[in-house]
Design a binder for this molecule. Structure first.
Ligand SMILES: *[C@@H]1O[C@H](CO)[C@@H](O)[C@H](O)[C@H]1NC(C)=O
Ligand SMILES: *[C@@H]1O[C@H](CO)[C@@H](O)[C@H](O)[C@H]1NC(C)=O
Ligand SMILES: *[C@@H]1O[C@H](CO)[C@@H](O)[C@H](O)[C@H]1NC(C)=O
Ligand SMILES: *[C@@H]1O[C@H](CO)[C@@H](O)[C@H](O)[C@H]1NC(C)=O
Ligand SMILES: *[C@@H]1O[C@H](CO)[C@@H](O)[C@H](O)[C@H]1NC(C)=O
Ligand SMILES: *[C@@H]1O[C@H](CO)[C@@H](O)[C@H](O)[C@H]1NC(C)=O
Ligand SMILES: *[C@@H]1O[C@H](CO)[C@@H](O)[C@H](O)[C@H]1NC(C)=O
Ligand SMILES: *[C@@H]1O[C@H](CO)[C@@H](O)[C@H](O)[C@H]1NC(C)=O
Ligand SMILES: *[C@@H]1O[C@H](CO)[C@@H](O)[C@H](O)[C@H]1NC(C)=O
Ligand SMILES: *[C@@H]1O[C@H](CO)[C@@H](O)[C@H](O)[C@H]1NC(C)=O
Ligand SMILES: *[C@@H]1O[C@H](CO)[C@@H](O)[C@H](O)[C@H]1NC(C)=O
Length: 629
């Protein structure tokens, strides 16, 4: 009897599990049917044999990975009408973004099956025909953006039924007729501009500014806030909505997040102030004065033993070791493998000199490694200009980038006078660093490992793209320092165990850098109560709780229309930091994935040489303008 009981429970549970899985299989098939029946000019990594959750670009599953709840495919060059009975089968879908494509045809009538749909972004496509007559199926619609299409016909009255609607954008279509007297209780943003609407503005919408009705044949007879009875309660939310931006849920949530971030900022600021005090001393010069590294000593030895500063080919520097040691120097940072100085030579040449501590290999191996590193010439890899090896001194001389590292740009000066790092620059940092690391991984028969990827080793070149530095040292240096240093936040789990960096562990570290760019948080930071927080774990925990928007850096909230890109980047970062090394993507794949997030300007590619900065198209307009009709 008991056994039977247990057996039936087991059956029940496996049925439940199986059902969950079956739904996901169905969802996956629906997406495959969608993409296989619609022309698209940019490739998706939607491989039938790979798991759809956490892997497929633009797809988000719910917390137990049983259903697909979001599909975001902005600007991937979809062309033609949406194939019927595909997307509409994703019955648990909450977020759909197909913006900035070339999708044509009518509004898909079968979308009424998407009962849980809350966010719909179809702007900048080539949709035509009427809007759906009956909106009442989508009880939960919160944001609807159908702007910049060719929809015609009238605005359906049934929109009134959407009690959760917060934003409605129908601008730049061919809608005609009168504006119905819609009564949206929670609407905060509206734009009906540039249509063919006639008549007058209904009372219920008089609280919106005139610009939202511009470009129509509309009269503002009674346009005066006083005449509208709803103005008193509802004008306030509009102001709030403007401030809290597109990601906004409620203003309260915003305030809570802001308070938390302010706390973190204040804490980070304190740390930075303390650290920079310590660093500002001129240690390099002091060491020289103390005789620890006296020019005479080193140079005389170098002449004896033929230990010269070795310059790589094509390097047009004219200084020698003596100049270098005489140069005024300033500590840039204390890294995993040594201290970096900024050295300004007499002729005003500025270079970065890195003094390595404990090298683990002999001169020959060191030189061999330097040869490999120095031979890599790529716009996204910081050039090693020269190196020096003697019995007790190992120096590396790099190009200097005056904007500082990504780490300092991201975490430095978080305070009042800080210039925020905008999303376009963050994208360029990501794409540049990805290209640089991919190039590094090609070296040594495709086996070369960077070994120390972190935001303080990534710099900005003149076009603001990321450039990777400090490569190839992990194999010639003593085993990595014990954890709890900042570097530990970048270390893949397998490296913590084996102490051996591999290419997949580089991918992991790169994923942490992406998370840093997205969240603005350090890979390891402490909260108020001395609790050490690992960024990767923190992001996992927030994403698991479903409200992904809370992950993102508050500084990014001010930029419009980047939510989908941020979410896609988040997904890419998450694939890099999965636990199993062999499940992480390879760098060349990552480059493609990130390039696909935004059809980013193609300058700065190795093939395109030294194009000037001015030839760069303004990145902000790229995603919006690419398929404008
Ligand atoms: C899909 O993945 C399998 C195994 O991972 C691979 O063999 C196949 O080439 C991939 N197909 C495509 C179209 O990428
Ligand atoms: C719609 O959302 C609700 C609440 O989030 C959930 O309970 C329900 O299962 C969802 N419907 C579908 C079809 O997934
Ligand atoms: C609508 O959203 C609310 C929360 O925002 C949720 O509780 C409810 O289940 C959703 N309903 C449907 C039909 O999705
Ligand atoms: C909408 O446009 C289609 C052609 O795209 C046309 O046949 C139809 O009459 C138009 N409807 C209205 C109401 O203008
Ligand atoms: C939807 O709106 C229409 C027109 O305002 C109304 O007649 C209908 O009863 C509403 N339906 C629901 C389910 O609220
Ligand atoms: C809708 O899209 C337009 C054009 O991309 C954009 O300006 C607007 O902010 C969007 N509105 C909403 C509510 O998302
Ligand atoms: C409508 O189109 C014009 C011109 O193309 C553009 O400047 C404007 O931003 C668009 N409006 C919206 C709300 O997208
Ligand atoms: C606007 O409406 C007028 C009159 O109905 C029509 O002649 C004109 O073509 C329409 N314009 C657009 C852009 O639909
Ligand atoms: C509505 O869109 C028009 C351009 O189409 C723009 O000029 C206007 O500022 C927008 N209004 C609001 C409130 O966003
Ligand atoms: C604007 O609408 C009025 C009537 O509502 C009409 O007389 C007038 O011709 C229209 N103007 C244009 C440019 O369509
Ligand atoms: C939009 O669709 C129409 C046909 O419906 C087509 O003639 C036109 O070329 C399309 N425009 C773009 C930019 O794809």
């Amino acid at each position: 009897m008991g056994a039977l009981y247990i057996f039936s429970w087991l059956c029940f549970f496996s049925l439940v599990l199986f059902k969950g899985n079956a739904d996901l299989v169905e969802d996956k098939q629906a997406l495959l049917d969608f993409v296989n029946n619609l022309r698209h000019s940019r490739s998706l990594n939607w491989n039938e044999s790979s798991p759809v959750c956490n892997n497929w670009i633009g797809v988000t599953c719910n917390s137990d990975n049983s259903r697909i709840i979001a599909v975001r495919l902005p600007g991937i060059g979809l062309h033609g009408p949406i194939p019927p009975n595909t997307i509409s089968r994703l019955s648990a879908l909450q977020i759909l973004s197909l913006r900035s494509n070339g999708i044509s045809g009518n509004f898909p009538s079968d979308f009424t099956n998407l009962r849980n749909l809350s966010f719909l972004y179809l702007q900048y496509n080539n949709f035509s025909g009427p809007l759906p007559l009956d909106f009442s199926a989508w009880k939960n619609l919160t944001i609807v953006n159908l702007s910049n299409n060719r929809f015609n016909g009238s605005i359906p009255l049934s929109l009134s039924n959407l009690t959760h609607l917060q934003a409605l954008n129908l601008a730049n279509n061919s809608l005609s007729g009168e504006i119905p007297d819609l009564n949206f209780p929670s609407l905060q943003q509206l734009n009906l501009s540039n249509n063919n609407l006639t008549g007058s503005v209904p009372k219920s919408l008089l609280r919106f500014p005139r610009s939202v009705f511009g470009g129509n044949n509309i009269t503002f007879e009674s346009f005066s806030p006083e005449t509208s009875p709803d103005v008193a309660p509802s004008s306030q939310p509009y102001v709030n909505a403007k401030k809290s931006g597109r990601l906004g849920e409620t203003a309260l949530l915003g305030i809570i997040i802001a308070a938390c971030v302010l706390g973190i900022v204040a804490f980070a600021f304190l740390i930075i102030v303390c650290c920079s005090r310590r660093k500002s001393e001129d240690v390099y010069s002091r060491k020289l004065q103390k005789g620890e590294m006296s020019p005479e000593k080193v140079v005389s030895r170098s002449q004896d033993a033929n230990n010269r500063l070795f310059f790589f080919e094509g390097c047009n520097y004219t200084f020698d070791l003596e100049d270098l040691l005489r140069a005024s120097a300033e500590v840039l940072g204390k890294g995993t493998f040594g201290i970096s100085y900024k050295a300004v030579l007499e002729d005003a040449t500025t270079v970065v000199v890195k003094r390595l501590k404990e090298v683990n290999v002999g001169k020959r191996d060191f030189e061999q490694q330097m040869e490999v590193v120095g031979s890599i010439r790529h716009p996204n890899v910081v050039e090693l200009k020269a190196y020096y090896y003697s019995k007790d001194e190992r120096l590396m001389v790099y190009e200097h980038y005056n904007q500082g590292s990504v780490s300092s740009l991201l975490h430095g000066k978080r305070g009042e006078d800080r210039i925020p790092l905008d999303w376009d620059v963050r994208m360029k940092i990501a794409i540049g660093a990805a290209r640089g690391i991919a190039r590094i991984h090609m070296e040594n028969g495709g086996k070369f490992v960077h070994g120390n990827i972190k935001s303080s080793n990534i710099f900005l070149n003149s076009q603001q793209y990321g450039c990777v530095s400090d490569l190839g040292l992990s194999t010639i240096m003593s085993p990595l320092a014990p954890p709890i240093s900042r570097a530990a936040g970048y270390r893949a789990p397998e490296v913590t165990d084996t102490r051996k960096a591999m290419q997949p562990s580089d991918v992991y570290s790169f994923g942490v850098v992406l998370l840093e760019l997205l969240t603005g948080k350090s890979p390891i930071h402490t909260t108020g109560g001395d609790e050490i927080v690992h960024l990767v774990r923190w992001v996992h925990s927030v994403v698991r709780e479903e409200w992904t928007a809370e992950v993102f850096d508050i500084e990014l909230m001010r930029y419009p229309n980047i939510e989908e890109e941020m979410v896609e980047m988040l997904q890419i970062a998450m694939t890099c930091v999965v636990r199993m090394p062999d499940q992480r993507p390879k760098m060349p794949e990552l480059v493609k994935m990130i390039e696909n997030v935004r059809r980013i300007d193609s300058d700065n590619r190795p093939s395109s040489g030294n194009r000037s900065e001015s030839s760069t198209p303004p990145p902000a307009s790229v995603s919006a303008g690419e398929s404008q009709v």
